[in-house]
Design a protein around this ligand. Sequence first.
Ligand SMILES: N[C@@H](CCC(=O)N[C@@H](CS)C(=O)NCC(=O)O)C(=O)O
Length: 198
Amino acid sequence: MRITLGLKGLPFEYQAVHLMRDGGQQHRAEFATVNPLRQVPALEVNEANVTLVQSMAIIEYLDERYPNSPLLPQSALDRAHVRALAEIVNSGIQPLQNTSTFNELKRLGIDHEAWARLFIAQGLAALEELAAPRAGAFLFEDTVSLADVYLVPQLYNARRWNVPLDAYPSLTRADQNAQALPAFRDAAPEAQPDAEPT
Ligand SMILES: N[C@@H](CCC(=O)N[C@@H](CS)C(=O)NCC(=O)O)C(=O)O
């Protein structure tokens, strides 16, 4: 969501919800009314007095409402391809390595680190295979798309879990090119006001 706000050049007010501190601030009663699933992100749209949840819904809303720098290509078939790339991350990798997923794995005595590395590597391998034939400077041809918006945070996370990335040249090329753009750099976790000092 932060990447998209940056790509669209939209000013926004940042409100931190720390997922670990105080047992997870997403579980506070006031946040549960924002998102009953107790997950970030959420976007308060002032002009409509509405709060949106689910990153895909938020990003597609922003893309429709602010059509500059479109995140989806012109043709319906190409849009389906780009959405499929984004969904590999959004529904095929990310939910398997969410904080709440890890908490439950730990409770069940399962090695969550091995679990995370397995599903991240499997998902990235599928993403590479699907993206490679049409990848260019970015995951779909030479323009930033919805697919890159999902790729970059997932590779950030993969590095955190020491997942080797050498086998995914289309993904690492797109990531490297995205890092040259302020919208991606400004959205990085360490660039946020509430980032822990390293
Ligand atoms: N499908 C949701 C996933 C949101 C999600 O899982 N957010 C994570 C942070 S990246 C979260 O809030 N986790 C809190 C938890 O698992 O307790 C979306 O795309 O917005």
